[in-house]
Design a protein around this ligand. Structure first.
Ligand code: 1PR
Length: 548
């Protein structure tokens, strides 16, 4: 098999990239020291997380000159995510750390006054015409009709002509009112801010064009419409996974978190096999797939090795972002009695193909400790340590709130909302209490307190479930979503209650939520992800076009 070299210089969850390259029929060889660089014919510089952390590791390991020499030699080079950022002169993320300066420009942080940051999701990479009468150039199969998966807080602002004057072909994306550089190409160099390995068929096409040296790979003919620039509405399929009574790992789904059949056997509801289901949703056009290991609070996640295998098999065949949740916390190794930090548990998942980990119960405990210590950050929580090592974008906090009704706002110390859905005895106010251990334990901590605390700790995204709505098919809790969106700047995923496509339309039009997740309606086959997206598209909501 042909070989591509990948530079291994910083902690990062790059298993997905290896999977994508192998799927395309190439072998990966690792560059583990600067002396290996001259052996590379084709070189990929990946990178996720913090610019300063990555570039400092890169420079300290002695890679700057050998990589510059590789680029100058004319041999193929590709940078991905921090790998494109490295080509520029520097970043506001770490002012003192220089980039390679191969391209002119610096990265700035997205403005979060009008939008969520990090920028997470599917956006364009539309090549810019060289002159007003010229057609956009087709490079490496990048298509203005396709969408690619981005996850970052810093970007190079696009200024017309600047990069082009130095011979670069530029592809841009738009986030809010900011236009930024999504990809650049010149001679032997291709670099993308998005992750081609996580961008489904569109991304694999770009990666394949680079690997096969096909700079002028044609635009995809598969799509029939001109894409709208900007971030699409993200649809996530969620699989709650646990062992059933026979010990098999199954996809299950509860009603308000009760996953046992109501009649007859009272068995754990079995809705299919995790890997197969994930593949099904990928082929239906799911923008992400989330696995929640819902009983891992009972035991140490180190015992959940079958879950790692589920992840491995899924990641080898599903090329959109994968999140895994359940049991991400400090734990004890039952075999040796050794204490194992949450970062090590998360690393097991990242190495098996997860792109993000989702933290539930442990986030509640950490937030309680944060407030008890007068909002002091310890740097030791699971959120902080994983965010530090893998970047905020890799840390999702999954929340399981439930409504607590009160007759009057003065009946509780928590901030309440006046609700349009009064309680059983007409209470017109409510607040949302956090729970842990799959809803079994209720805490005297509101959901807005929790999200504020975890954002301060470095979480990159909120997965906002709702016990009252889970499995009810009655639509998302819009009041809950609005109150959480008002409390944080990081993206929020709406979850629980979706029963049909109109519920997705409703949540995207009635709130400014960043993504929406469905489970039961997909598992029971009542709706496909594709069907939901078709409805959203008809309502004028931009979704990632389906490509196979
Ligand atoms: O606490 O870090 O070990 O993580 C455990 C994880 O498992 C948490 O993310 C928690 O939300 C999840 N979990 C625990 N018990 C259950 C349960 O259902 N008994 N599921 C559970 C969470 C919510 C979503 C569901 C949506 C959409 N369930 O998984 O997919 O509500 O459902 P719908 O569209 O069918 O309404 P830790």
């Amino acid at each position: 098999m042909p070989t591509v070299h990948l530079l291994d210089y910083a902690a990062g969850n790059i298993r997905s990239l290896v999977n994508a390259i192998e799927k395309l029929g190439w072998d990966v060889e690792w560059i583990r020291s600067p002396d290996d660089v001259p052996n590379a014919e084709k070189l990929i510089l990946p990178g996720v997380g913090h610019f300063g952390h990555c570039l400092t590791q890169f420079a300290n390991a002695g890679y700057v000159e050998p990589v510059k020499a590789h680029i100058a030699s004319g041999k193929p080079f590709m940078g991905i995510c921090v790998g494109i950022q490295a080509l520029f002169e520097g970043s506001d993320e770490a002012n003192a750390v220089p980039g390679l300066g191969v391209a002119k420009g610096r990265l700035g942080r997205f403005d979060n006054s009008d939008k969520s940051v990090p920028h997470i999701g599917w956006n364009s990479a539309s090549t810019v015409s060289k002159s007003s009468d010229a057609k956009p150039q087709s490079v490496y199969g990048l298509s203005p009709d396709s969408k690619y998966y981005y996850v970052h807080s810093y970007a190079v602002p696009y200024r017309k002509g600047e990069l082009e004057n130095d011979g670069w072909t530029v592809a841009t994306a738009t986030y809010g009112n900011e236009v930024f550089v999504g990809a650049i190409a010149r001679d032997n160099i291709l670099a993308t801010q998005f992750h081609p390995e996580k961008s489904g068929a569109a991304g694999l096409r770009v990666l394949k064009a680079f690997l096969s040296g096909n700079k002028t790979a044609p635009l995809s003919a598969a799509l029939s419409r001109q894409g709208t620039p900007g971030l699409t509405r993200r649809i996530i399929a969620c699989l709650d996974v646990r062992a059933n009574d026979a010990g098999d790992l199954v996809v299950t789904k509860g009603d308000q978190y009760d996953v046992r059949e109501k009649s007859g056997s009272n068995a754990v509801r079995n809705l299919g096999k995790p890997v197969q289901k994930a593949q099904e949703y990928y082929h239906q056009g799911a923008d992400e797939v989330t696995f929640l290991n819902i009983t891992s609070f009972r035991d140490t996640p180190l015992k959940d090795l079958p879950m790692l295998e589920v992840l491995r098999q899924t990641a080898a065949t599903v090329f959109v972002p994968l999140t895994i949740g359940g049991g991400i916390r400090d734990t004890l190794d039952p075999a040796t009695g050794r204490s194992v930090p949450a970062l090590e548990v998360a690393t097991l998942y990242f190495k098996s193909g997860a792109d993000k980990v989702s933290i539930g119960s442990d986030a509640v405990t950490a937030a309680e400790a944060y407030y008890a210590a007068n909002r002091t950050l310890t740097g030791k929580t699971a959120i902080e340590t994983i965010s530090e090592a893998y970047g905020a974008q890799a840390v999702v906090v999954s929340i399981d709130p439930k409504r607590v009704y009160v007759a009057s706002a003065s009946d509780t110390t928590h901030a309440t909302i006046s609700t349009s859905l009064p309680g059983m005895i007409g209470e017109a106010h409510c607040w949302y209490a956090c729970t842990s251990q799959g809803g079994r334990k209720t805490h005297d901590l509101s959901v807005t307190e929790l999200v504020t605390a975890v954002e301060a700790m470095g979480a990159g995204e909120i997965l906002l479930n709702c016990i009252d709505r889970d499995g009810t098919n009655s639509g998302f809790d819009l009041e809950l979503i609005r109150s959480v969106k008002a409390a944080v700047k990081i993206p929020v995923i709406a979850s629980s209650g979706a029963g049909n496509a109109d519920h997705f339309t409703e949540v995207f039009t009635e709130t400014n939520v960043d993504a929406a997740l469905g489970a039961g309606m997909f598992h029971r086959g009542e709706w496909t992800v594709k069907g939901v997206k078709e409805v959203l598209g008809k309502k004028g909501l931009d979704v990632r076009p389906f490509e196979d």
